[in-house]
Design a protein around this ligand. Sequence first.
Ligand code: EPZ
Length: 420
Amino acid sequence: MQKLEVLGGKKLKGLIQISGSKNASLPILAATILSEKKIHLSNLPNVKDIDTMINLLKSIGSIIKINKKNKSLSIHNKNNLDFIAPYNLVKTMRAGILVLGPLLARFHKAKVSLPGGCSIGTRPIDIHLKCLSKLGVKYNISNGYVYASAKKGLIGAKIKLPKISVGATENLIIAASMAKGISVLSNCAIEPEIKDLVNFLNKIGAKIRWTGRRTVKIYGVKKFKENKYKVMPDRIEAGTYMIAAAITEGNILINGIDPKIIKTEIELLKKIGVTINTFKDKLEVIGKNKIRNAKIKTAPYPGFPTDLQAQIMVLLCKANGLSIVNEEIFENRFMHCAELNRMGAKIVTKGNKAYIQGDIQFKSAELMATDLRASVSLILAGLVAKGRSKINRIYHLDRGYEQIEIKLRKVGAKIKRIYS
Ligand code: EPZ
């Protein structure tokens, strides 16, 4: 079992290069199922969830050649793909459900394991299924699998998603790209990763146009072209390192991210006293010794991202006075609070609200990661805690952060991975 050891007290200084976006790469990889031509993807992050998605695609018959060195791969989905996404691969990565839409669109049938819940919530897929049925999909659920089919192929439709859902929007856009006729999807999630997915699909021959803020019009096509595509940078990784600079009162140049896609995060950090200078594809973050408290609500993009909620909470532990964080997206995303309190934080949670006492001094401890973003919040606290902290179960971390201890060491953190 690997763990990370962090010695607190270092101000981080230097440059951090942002990797490709995990949450853009996953739907784009799933969407390659639509095409029988070879597709070349680059700037994929070297993280566990991408390996899992690659294994899932290989398990249905995709021919994949990986070039780890330049983080690229070529993928060829011939006509003999299997249509079964097995439990052992989908259970560890809920994004496996994203193969449902493309399998149905191209092969008109799919058997995909239900993703199951995780530590942050039950992660249902009712919206995916309800909306896919409006494209002509029939499905039933038994022994933990979704059995879905569309005998005559998918038929375009006008669909309003009942609730903003990133995954359901992605599944629907991919499926509708190959449906007969026109689809108009409204109340879509509009995260930058979804825009990246649409750009990728159009690049391989789809006809997708944004006709409203949350509305997309899709002219279904029969065939897709061969092409190559570079995945966008990871805005959640960038936000995490911005908070690392702020909390250690350091000065970090975060390279390879367009500040326009993290406007909300930049505005919030500036509002509480962090200095941020923005440039075309990078930003400089300078931490200050005193920051102000805040009231934050997570929300679908362009609101404050739930994937940065645990991280900003650590910073607010150092702010002047009481802060409040409302988690509006997931029903159980405060698992990090108990571990932070073991390090001296004073966080009280009531339902989906967390009350964070400021001006605390973190003390080192032996800690347990519970989910991807909670685990990185423990590292942030460890960076400023008195003494040496140990973080266990860092497999959660490796799902979504590429070489985090190497990137942090490059800017002066005392952090190392222990292989026990
Ligand atoms: C995506 O998850 C991201 N994962 C999550 O990032 C992110 O936290 C989430 O969007 C919100 O931004 C990937 O992109 C791989 P949702 P997703 O569907 O698609 C409910 C990370 O840390 N819902 O937008 O699963 C759901 O329970 C991960 O990188 C239904 O009720 O999120 C949640 O409360 C964690 N029925 C809310 O909607 C459904 O059919 C938003 O979920 C689908 C979702």
